[in-house]
Design a protein around this ligand. Structure first.
Ligand code: R5P
Length: 280
């Protein structure tokens, strides 16, 4: 589970990166072993819970470190997968983000994650849990670009769009997303002048890409000059990055999930949160 953020964080914190041996047992079960002596050390374990196998590896790694009796163990999860099931939507469903928050807290002294889909996940934790918002790195990336409006693809993301717009001194809007039935979503663009304008669509996550693709298609028909898209987490299920790139002028995500679109790093914000906690 080597992660680009690990190297950046290690450099910021002047920390060593521990080697981990990984292999599969003959029946395909996962095996890992931490090679360094971690007893008495402040240890950070970085990993995502994006795929099922990531989760198994991450829990095994947390336990492996805990068994070595470190001074402290901080779990850093840049992309917290399963966080969109933060509540029961129907009877009989699990609360997925609660399951993994509790499991991680079984081994970690504290948890740091980035832009969880919903803050409710933090409340499930029995150990301190810090959910970092990423605003400044996005502002830094776009501050010298020619952007006229910031638009959120739904009302739920409007605060993110408005906070960024305030810093960039432009207006923020949101698209009115209305679900007609299980397969049909209606998107009504805000009533503003799009002719020759450059917009920045901002969202927390691009998963199947359906939301951004639909919003971009609507914007395309409005006489717009340029569509920029920025999301914190680029999951890009089903190669949706390619579909989005075919429509928009510029696609950027952060490095919570590494891809060729990861032009914005969250390492500085994660390090600040970590150091604040250590000093506190
Ligand atoms: C919705 O509440 C979220 O902010 C995202 O817009 C959504 O989860 C993106 O998912 P997808 O890429 O599958 O449309």
């Amino acid at each position: 589970m080597a992660h680009g953020i690990s190297a950046k964080l290690a450099s910021i914190l002047s920390a060593d990166i521990s080697e981990v041996e990984r292999k599969r047992f003959p029946d395909n079960e996962m095996y890992l072993r931490v090679k360094e002596d971690l007893s008495g050390q402040d240890v950070i374990v970085i990993g995502n819970t994006k795929n099922d196998s990531d989760i198994i590896e991450y829990l095994l790694l947390l336990n492996a470190v805990r068994e070595e009796d470190p001074k402290s163990l901080t779990a850093i999860i840049p992309y917290f997968g399963y966080a969109r099931q933060h509540m029961k939507y129907h009877d009989g469903e699990p609360i997925s983000s609660k399951v993994f928050t509790r499991a991680i807290g079984e081994y970690a002294d504290r948890i740091i994650s980035v832009e969880l889909h919903n803050d409710q996940t933090v409340k499930y934790s029995k150990v301190p849990f810090n959910n970092i918002k990423i605003l400044n790195p996005i502002y830094e990336h776009f501050k010298n670009k020619d952007i006229d409006y910031i638009i959120s693809p739904d009302d739920g993301g409007y605060d993110r769009a408005r906070n960024l717009a305030d810093k960039l001194h432009v207006e923020a809007y949101y698209i009115n997303k209305k679900r007609i039935d299980a397969n049909t979503v209606q998107m009504n663009l805000p009533d503003i002048n799009y002719k020759n304008k450059n917009v920045l669509l901002v969202d927390d996550i691009i998963s199947t890409g359906g939301t951004i693709i639909r919003a971009s298609q609507e914007l395309k028909e409005s006489g717009i000059n340029q569509i920029n898209v920025c999301a914190i987490h680029g999951v890009f299920a089903g190669n949706s990055d390619k579909k989005i790139s075919g429509i928009v002028n510029n696609l950027v995500v952060t490095d919570t999930i590494e891809s060729k679109y990861s032009k914005i790093t969250t390492a500085g914000e994660i390090a600040s949160a970590l150091l604040n906690k250590i000093r506190a």
